[in-house]
Ligand binder design. Structure first.
Ligand code: FES
Ligand code: FES
Length: 157
């Protein structure tokens, strides 16, 4: 039975939600708010497919209980597009062929966004560290790293 009321600020919009004590943020986002960019992979914090930005940090939403994050800000990949324009990271993933099956992509994008929000000038090692919790079975990672690097270079100027 859902009996805990939680207020979240999701992609800039206030949401008042009823949840159970066991409801994961992953379920709240997908099932209550229809944010299907948040993917369900391993369910145990190992694949990163469910990554969102929670109060500025990239986190695995399968490991977060919604009841414990009352008042928090959450951002998903749905927040990246702006008035029909892709975010530079989204465009770079396309340009660098960093997407194959796409299952890891939204989680990768949120890990990359959290990194660039804090550090617009990351080293290659910084990028690798930022996405080390995001598994990709398809790309071999090089195109993903190049895509993120290309955006940081644009930010640099
Ligand atoms: S589904 Fe959350 S880390 Fe894999
Ligand atoms: S593109 Fe398929 S898992 Fe990364």
């Amino acid at each position: 039975m859902k009996n805990i009321v939680v207020t979240l600020f999701v992609n800039g919009k206030k949401e008042v939600l009823e949840v159970t004590s066991k409801e994961r943020l992953l379920d709240t986002l997908r099932d209550q708010l229809n944010l299907k960019s948040v993917k369900e992979g391993c369910d145990v914090g190992e694949c990163g497919a469910c990554t969102v930005i929670l109060n500025g940090q990239a986190v695995n939403s399968c490991l977060v209980l919604t009841a414990q994050i009352d008042g928090y800000e959450v951002y998903t990949t749905e927040s990246l597009e702006n008035k029909g324009n892709l975010h530079p990271l989204q465009q770079a993933f396309i340009d660098y062929h960093a997407i194959q099956c796409g299952f890891c992509t939204t989680g990768m994008l949120m890990s990359a966004k959290a990194l660039l929000d804090k550090n617009s000038n990351p080293s290659r090692e910084d990028i690798k560290t930022a996405i080390e919790g995001n598994l990709c079975r398809c790309t071999g990672y090089e195109q993903i790293i190049q895509a993120i690097e290309s955006v940081s270079k644009k930010v640099k100027g």
